[in-house]
Design a protein around this ligand. Structure first.
Ligand SMILES: *[C@@H]1O[C@H](CO)[C@@H](O)[C@H](O)[C@H]1NC(C)=O
Ligand SMILES: *[C@@H]1O[C@H](CO)[C@@H](O)[C@H](O)[C@H]1NC(C)=O
Ligand SMILES: *[C@@H]1O[C@H](CO)[C@@H](O)[C@H](O)[C@H]1NC(C)=O
Ligand SMILES: *[C@@H]1O[C@H](CO)[C@@H](O)[C@H](O)[C@H]1NC(C)=O
Ligand SMILES: *[C@@H]1O[C@H](CO)[C@@H](O)[C@H](O)[C@H]1NC(C)=O
Ligand SMILES: *[C@@H]1O[C@H](CO)[C@@H](O)[C@H](O)[C@H]1NC(C)=O
Ligand SMILES: *[C@@H]1O[C@H](CO)[C@@H](O)[C@H](O)[C@H]1NC(C)=O
Ligand SMILES: *[C@@H]1O[C@H](CO)[C@@H](O)[C@H](O)[C@H]1NC(C)=O
Ligand SMILES: *[C@@H]1O[C@H](CO)[C@@H](O)[C@H](O)[C@H]1NC(C)=O
Ligand SMILES: *[C@@H]1O[C@H](CO)[C@@H](O)[C@H](O)[C@H]1NC(C)=O
Ligand SMILES: *[C@@H]1O[C@H](CO)[C@@H](O)[C@H](O)[C@H]1NC(C)=O
Ligand SMILES: *[C@@H]1O[C@H](CO)[C@@H](O)[C@H](O)[C@H]1NC(C)=O
Length: 590
C-alpha cells in the first residue's frame, strides 16, 4: 500500500507539474483519466471485468519477448498491476525459441472468461514463410481457472486456422466458436467456426462473415452479443496512421452482417493528435454497467517519426444503449473524462509492480528472484543469469552468449541464445543506470546496456577490450564502445579507451533521455571518484519501427569469439521523470 500511495503522489506530481491542484483535477475524480493507462510496449490490449471480484484484467501482445502476454489487474481502470504472464514457461510453447524477426512471435491476444475458466487465445507467427502459407499462422489457446497463479496457465493448445487474431464466442447453449482474420487474398476477411476450446478441434467449416469497410488488413475481431444482436467489431487500415475500428451487426451469428453507417467508430486518423494509430479495440462493462474500451495507440503525432515507446494501451469511455450501435469516445487523448471511475481510486489487487513503476537500485540478493517485469529476448537460457553467485553476492551474473544483440543476421536466434535482460521504457523521460563489475579478457568480449527494439534496431553501449588504436602494441585495453543499427542511418560507432584512473573499478553505465527525441549514453566509476562522462547520443527514430516498443537492459557477449568472462551487475535503476501526453502548438505538455 505504501508504494501505491507513493505512486498516487508521484502521479499528481508528474501530471500537474508544479503547484498543488484541486482534487477534482486528479485522475479518478469526476471520471478524469490519463492515457496511456498501461504505458510502454503493451500493444493489442484485450480486457475483461470479473464481476465476482469487481476487478479488471488486461492482456497484451509480446512478439519475441519472454515471459509473454502480461496480465495486468485494476480496480479503478487507473492503477494497473502486473499479476503474471500467460506464457511463463518455455515448455508451454517451445516454438517461440526459434522465432525469427521482431514482428513475429506472439500477436494479438483475446482474454475472456467463461463459466469460471479464463481463456487466452492468440497466434504464434512463424516468419520466413509467405503470408499465404497457412503454416505461418500457429493459432493457440491457453486456459486457467486461477489468474493469480501464473504457473496454472495451460500449455498451448493448437487450433488449425489459416489466419490470426483469434477470439472466442459462446452461444447460449454453451457451444464455443472462434472468430479470426486474414489480411491476404488466400483467406481474406473475418471467419468463424465452431471449435472445441479444450482440444482445439475445429467442428465446422469456416464461414467468411465480413471483410470490413475497405481498409487494408481487417483483423482483431471480437463478437459481442447484446440485445438480440451479434456485433462484430474489427480493426482495419493497418497498425499505422490509418488504423481504425469498425463494426457490423446481424441477428444471426453466421450473418449476414450489416456495417454501421457511422464507421469508423474509433480512430485518430487524419487528425493532428499526439496519439495516433488508435485501433485494435476491445469493449467491457464495469460494475455499474458503464461501458469502456481499450485500444492500442502510438504517441507519434501525425509526423510519425519518433515513437520509441511503440504501441501502448489506452482507455476511452463508451455509450452503448439498447439496440443501438456503441459510441466510442474519440479522438483518444492523454487527458480525458469518462464515466465516474468505478468506486474512485483503489489499489489494484496483487503484489506485482504497477505498470508505470520505476526500479529503485535493485540488487540481486541470495534467494531473490528476477523481478516479474523483467523480460528476455525469447525464452532465456536460464544458466546464463545467476543471482548472487559465490564471491559476487547481491549481483546478477550475466554469462556471455556468442551472439551479440544483432546476432548472425539481425533476425534469428542460434544455439546459446542472446544474453540480454531488460525492462520496458514506460516514460517519455527517464534515466536508466546499472553498475558493471566486468573485466573482459579476450578481445571483443563485451558487456553493457542497450536501448533495444529488436536485433536489427537498437543502440548498445558496452565495455570491451581491444588493442589501442595506432599503437604497435597488441596489449588489450578496456574500451567503451557505442554501436547502433537501424533501417535508417545511425551515428558512427564511438570507441574510446576507458580512462586509466577508472580501470579495474566497477563502472556505472547510464542511458537517459536528453529531450523528447534523443537519448544519451554515459559512464563513470561507480565509486564516484570521477564525474561521469557523456559518450554518445542517438535519436529515438532508430527504434521507431515495427510492432514492439523500447526495452532497456543489460547484455553480455563474446561477439562470436571464445571469451567466457561473466559480467556482474548491481544497482539496476530506472527512474521515470516525465510523461508527455499531448502537444499544444508545437509545445509538449506533460
Ligand atoms: C475472486 O475472488 C475469489 C475469492 O477471493 C477467489 O477465490 C478467486 O480466485 C478470485 N478470482 C479472480 C478471477 O480473481
Ligand atoms: C460450467 O462448469 C462446471 C464446473 O466445471 C461444469 O460442471 C458445467 O458443465 C459447466 N457449464 C457449462 C455450460 O459449460
Ligand atoms: C503464395 O504466394 C506466392 C508468391 O507470392 C505464390 O507463388 C504462391 O503460388 C502462393 N501460394 C498460394 C497457396 O496461394
Ligand atoms: C464443410 O463443407 C463441405 C463442402 O461444402 C461439406 O461437405 C462438409 O460437410 C462441411 N463440413 C462440416 C463439418 O460442416
Ligand atoms: C471477402 O473477400 C473475399 C476475397 O476478396 C471474397 O471472396 C468474399 O466474398 C468477401 N466476403 C464478403 C462477406 O464480402
Ligand atoms: C484518412 O484520409 C485518407 C486519405 O484522404 C482516407 O483514405 C482515409 O479513409 C481517411 N481515414 C479516416 C479514418 O478518416
Ligand atoms: C435494456 O435492456 C435490458 C435487458 O436487455 C433491460 O434490463 C433494460 O431495462 C433496458 N434498458 C433500457 C434503457 O431500455
Ligand atoms: C464519456 O463520458 C462523458 C462523461 O465524462 C460523457 O459526457 C460522454 O457522453 C461519454 N462519451 C461516450 C462516447 O460514452
Ligand atoms: C589514429 O590515427 C589516425 C590517422 O593518423 C587519426 O586520424 C586518429 O585520430 C588516430 N586515433 C587515435 C585514437 O589516436
Ligand atoms: C534534442 O537533443 C538533441 C541531442 O542533444 C539535439 O540535437 C536536438 O536538437 C534536441 N531537440 C530539441 C527539440 O531540443
Ligand atoms: C556481432 O556479431 C556478429 C556475428 O557474430 C559479428 O559479425 C559482428 O561483428 C559482431 N559485432 C561486433 C560489434 O562485434
Ligand atoms: C495556438 O496558437 C494559436 C495561434 O498562435 C492561438 O490562437 C491558440 O490559442 C493556441 N492554442 C493553444 C492551445 O495554446
Amino acid at each position: 500500500m505504501a508504494s501505491f500511495l507513493k505512486r498516487i503522489a508521484a502521479l499528481s506530481a508528474v501530471l500537474v507539474g508544479c503547484g498543488v491542484k484541486a482534487q477534482s483535477e486528479q485522475p479518478g475524480f469526476n471520471g478524469r483519466f490519463f492515457n496511456p493507462i498501461i504505458p510502454g510496449f503493451h500493444p493489442d490490449p484485450s480486457c475483461i471485468f470479473v464481476k465476482t471480484n469487481q476487478t479488471f484484467f488486461c492482456a497484451s501482445s509480446t512478439f519475441n519477448v519472454f515471459p509473454g502476454i502480461p496480465i495486468h489487474s485494476s480496480k479503478d481502470l487507473t492503477n494497473w498491476r502486473l499479476i503474471g504472464h500467460v506464457l511463463n514457461r518455455e515448455s508451454q510453447l517451445p516454438e517461440l525459441t526459434a522465432s525469427v524477426g521482431s514482428t513475429s512471435g506472439i500477436w494479438a491476444p483475446a482474454l475472456r472468461e467463461h463459466n469460471g475458466t479464463f481463456y487466452l487465445l492468440t497466434t504464434m507467427v512463424h516468419d520466413k514463410k509467405a503470408d499465404n502459407d497457412s503454416s505461418r499462422w500457429d493459432n493457440i489457446i491457453f486456459s486457467t481457472t486461477d489468474l493469480w497463479d501464473e504457473s496454472k496457465w495451460s500449455k498451448a493448445v493448437h487450433v488449425p486456422f489459416n489466419g490470426y487474431d483469434i477470439s472466442p464466442h459462446w452461444d447460449d447453449e454453451g457451444n464455443s466458436y472462434i472468430v479470426g482474420s486474414h489480411a491476404w487474398k488466400v483467406a481474406y476477411g473475418i471467419h468463424l467456426a465452431k471449435v472445441d476450446l479444450k482440444t482445439g478441434t475445429v467442428l465446422s467449416n469456416w464461414t467468411n462473415l465480413w471483410n470490413g469497410t475497405g481498409g487494408i488488413a481487417p483483423e482483431g475481431p471480437h463478437i459481442f452479443k447484446k440485445d438480440a444482436w451479434y456485433y462484430l467489431m474489427i480493426a482495419e487500415g493497418g497498425t499505422g496512421l490509418l488504423h481504425m475500428e469498425t463494426i457490423a451487426r446481424s441477428r444471426n451469428l453466421y450473418g449476414p452482417y450489416d456495417p454501421n453507417p457511422s464507421n469508423p467508430i474509433l480512430t485518430n486518423a487524419n487528425t493532428t493528435e499526439y496519439f495516433q494509430a488508435v485501433g485494435h479495440a476491445d469493449l467491457f462493462q464495469d460494475g455499474r454497467g458503464n461501458w469502456w474500451g481499450v485500444a492500442l495507440a502510438v504517441r507519434a503525432g501525425p509526423e510519425w517519426l519518433n515513437f520509441p515507446l511503440g504501441r501502448e494501451t489506452v482507455l476511452y469511455n463508451v455509450t452503448w444503449q439498447n439496440g443501438s450501435w456503441p459510441q466510442l469516445q474519440h479522438p483518444v487523448r492523454g487527458d480525458m473524462f469518462g464515466w465516474l471511475m468505478p468506486g474512485g481510486i483503489h489499489d489494484a489487487p496483487g503484489t506485482g509492480p504497477f505498470a508505470s513503476d520505476g526500479d529503485v537500485y535493485i540488487s540481486f540478493p541470495p534467494n531473490s528472484r528476477i523481478p516479474p517485469h523483467f523480460v528476455y529476448w525469447r525464452p532465456p537460457i536460464k544458466e546464463n543469469y545467476v543471482i548472487s553467485p559465490p564471491g559476487k553476492l547481491n549481483s546478477l551474473e550475466l554469462k556471455p552468449s556468442k551472439l551479440n544483440l544483432t546476432g548472425t543476421d539481425g533476425n534469428s536466434n542460434a544455439p546459446g541464445g542472446i544474453t540480454f535482460i531488460s525492462r520496458r521504457q514506460v516514460d517519455t523521460f527517464f534515466t536508466y543506470s546499472l553498475t558493471f563489475d566486468y573485466e573482459p579478457k579476450a578481445a571483443e568480449e563485451e558487456a553493457g546496456i542497450s536501448l533495444f527494439l529488436s536485433q536489427n534496431h537498437h543502440a548498445r553501449f558496452g565495455i570491451t577490450t581491444l588493442p589501442l588504436a595506432n599503437s604497435s602494441s597488441m596489449t588489450l585495453v578496456p574500451h567503451f564502445r557505442f554501436h547502433a543499427i537501424s533501417y535508417i542511418p545511425v551515428p558512427a560507432d564511438v570507441v574510446v579507451p576507458v580512462p586509466e584512473a577508472w580501470r579495474g573499478k566497477p563502472l556505472t553505465l547510464s542511458l537517459r533521455t536528453v529531450n523528447q527525441t534523443h537519448y544519451e549514453f554515459g559512464a563513470g566509476p561507480s565509486d564516484k571518484s570521477d564525474r561521469p562522462r557523456s559518450i554518445a547520443e542517438v535519436s529515438g527514430e532508430i527504434i521507431s519501427w515495427g510492432f514492439t516498443g523500447a526495452l532497456v537492459g543489460a547484455y553480455a557477449t563474446s561477439n562470436g569469439g571464445n571469451g567466457s568472462t561473466s559480467a556482474y551487475v548491481t544497482d539496476w535503476n530506472y527512474e521515470g521523470w516525465g510523461q508527455v501526453r499531448e502537444i499544444w502548438n508545437g509545445t509538449l505538455r506533460a
